[in-house]
Write a protein that binds this ligand. Sequence first.
Ligand code: IPT
Length: 968
Amino acid sequence: MTTRTPSAVDFAEDVSPGSGALPPRAWYPCSDAKSLSLNGSWRLRVSPTADAEDDSFAEPGFDAGNWAEITVPGHWVLQGDGAFGLPIYTNHLYPFPVDPPHVPTENPTGDHLRVFDLPHDWPGDGGAVLRFDGVESCARVWLNGTDIGGFKGSRLPHEFAVGHLLKPAGNVLAVRVHQWSAGSYLEDQDQWWLPGIFRDVTLLHRPAGGVLDFFVHASYDHRTGEGTLRVDSDVEGRVSVPALGIDVPTGEAVTVPVRPWSAEVPTLYDGELVTEGERVPLRIGFRTVERDDGLIKVNGRAILFKGVNRHEWHPDTGRALDAETMLEDVLLMKRHNVNAVRTSHYPPHPAFLDLCDTYGLWVIDECDLETHGFTEQGWRDNPVDDDRWTPALLDRAARMVERDKNHPSVIVWSLGNEAGTGRGLTAMAEWIHDRDASRLVHYEGDIDCRDTDLYARMYADHAEVERIGKGLDGGTHRRRQLPFILCEYGHAMGNGPGGLADYQRLFEAHDRLQGGFVWEWIDHGITHPELGYAYGGDFGEELHDGNFVCDGLVFPDRRPSPGLVDFKKVIEPVGIEGEGFYGTGGSGGTLGSAGTVRITNKRDFADLSDLVFEWSYQVDGETVEAGTLAVPSLAPGASAEVKLPEPAGEVQGFESRWTVRALLAADTSWGPRGHEVAWGQGPVTARRLPCVVASDAPVLDERVITLGPASFDARTGALKTIGGVEVSGLRLDVWRAPTDNDEGAAWQSDTRWATVWRTHGLHRMRHRIGSVEAGDDALTVRTRVAPAAREFGLRTVYRWTSDGSRLKLTVSVAPDGEWTMPLPRLGIRFGLRRADAVKWFGGGPGEGYPDTDTAARTGRWESTVDLLQTPYVRPQENGARPDVRWAEIGGLRIEGDPEFSFTARRWTTEQLDAATHLSDLTPGDTVWVNLDHALHGIGTGSCGPGVLPQYQLKAEPAEFSFIFTELG
Ligand code: IPT
């Protein structure tokens, strides 16, 4: 028999931030005071409603022996194989009725219990504090049967004074966590709803005279090269920084010559704050952030954000991240030239910010606030515009700022995300400005920038960003004085994002545009036994947003996606460019004088002395010469023309190019010596196009036409064999398995090409054979390719010729009727029976589409059909290698005139299109090869602008050829 405890419901629905917790203060990982981690195995009981069970479990002596065990930190819905409930994914819709502050009666409630002893050396004097670093969505806490309070604010720390309650052994810590609370209305971020104690639980000894709160003020004057340090501390003490000879009382400012902190050169000085009862290590970075001359400046220089939005994610443990995973994120970012993180959309685990200080990343620290679901009702009843909620908002702002204020990496505070507008936000901004004038305030929803110090937008298209860069945008007078960032852009859902290089060109061209943050860092796929990775809907949620939660630059297992590889190249900190410097032409070049390469230091602070440069020459894709290039250690923003050595070997008659690479000269904290930071390529001599003299005549047998090495079906003109290689189903192909960006977003009308394509039948084109003509020197097959129910189509002529050993196909395509849409692709596809290894000369090693191919470097590459596939969590078009001169697969060599895109997979496009998870793709016995003359670009239509006009594949007359040779 259970007793109803109305207080559980009342607590869950209370809009106040809670009661009993200590005032927020600076977080520090260690001091000489003792601490005890309470992470580990806890007992768990999940009940279906907030008040299904009474709170007698909190009483000492309660027998939880038959409860389940759970790991803390952790989410109960990701443990126990579904026994404790399942995850729910929604983007902005609340998965419960919008009836603030009420939450459903079905409110999964996790009672957590842990019994602990104090270590033998736990001091007998002083107090103790119990710290929770993160609990979703709220918690009530009892220690040894005493109710010590409750709190909301899932991704914020809460501390309780518990010294008077502790016993040497057998302490009973009981925590009741409700999945839904009034706080849930403030936490409507686009992510999985995952209840639980998902960050550390720690008991801290608080010695008498120990440190309470302290604020490290460490500024840098770029004119004098001096830093000024002042540490304000609630408890007086001394501050020492041995390397700077500093030893001063707290509260006293001292100015000395220092090396500044920046994301590029993250100089930290070790120091110590010593009070009567405690010694706390300090890591001090001197830097000054200001808005000056309409620009965000650090240490006197305008900075350019090359950033990502980072949600905390691990495919097994959700938002419970261990130290290795956080470090992996930082190292991956640094190795991919990322220099900034927006902690979308809540303060991260505090240890992550230590890593940002250490390795060097600019941080926009965002408060745990989003009320996006209120958009469904025109923002009526939005908590940020309702005074009853303001204490909760201010509590959140204070808990973020106080926790994170001592991190040099944090240069901007963000009020939150997608919360509409209202007085509560203004109150937060005022509080933050007042508490910390040394940083800027961001909030994208403040379109007039009344409360903020920078103008931020999300997903603005290139044309608008350019207008903003030129100062031709409208807006309030205040906004027009402010620097601009894209707090979200480049939606990395599935294949893409496309158009990053075009944004970067704008950022580099206009001072006001201070860069942006790609949405987002990682796919939030959940490890699933059958599906590989699960996304929205896979747990039977009644409301969900499908794979919109898989929109990261790294896959759930943190393997970099092609999008990250492209981004790395787009944002590389060194520009390496040069024109072709030998006479070039269709038939190969002639040797001229040596060329130059322009090297530009695109960094904001550091010179190039940490890099070495290597040059090499490639002839037909093979490196024939290489050496070291002497490059002056250019200052930030400077560039130089550097002479390249003359190629010694033969380049005439071949396609040749130089490659220059910038590599780390020595090991750094984040990358090994030799790690490639930037590269460039330039032509020396142009490609000699392949040529086949049509000398053979087609020979007609009863059923078969032979031409050179090939045989064709005499009735249909279909290619059957090339030498001993069987070829099936060769024909024009315009269809691709739509990408998430092709599908577009529900709220967008002009970028939803997948729907347009399907409506017009581009996925079910019919091929009518008009004629099969065996002429003197060619076999010509005339067809018309068109979908049922429509009058438009593509007149397609296949012209086959041969010189006896090689077979050439020239495809001519002429659109017929009115084409109102771009084509997904234009090329041929065919099946091969036996194919595995692949070699090619062209763009690689990864995939590249017209607006995502910056990182494709021209060379000779080898792979296998399986490794050519990019494992997007929701299967879709992928894996095309661009600008291919020739490829070898399945016993054939294929040369292109002009270059083509190459794709090969063990399933058809139709199967790829039908798959919803990688586990749906099962290899057949045919390898399907696509040779594309052109592909439609990718864009970011899944949440943002579509494909820019220059990357759209228009239905226009086209002609392209492939030469097939059977490999010996
Ligand atoms: C924007 C959100 O800020 C972000 O959390 C995420 O949902 C992203 O979109 C899409 O993945 S909201 C914007 C599309 C209105």
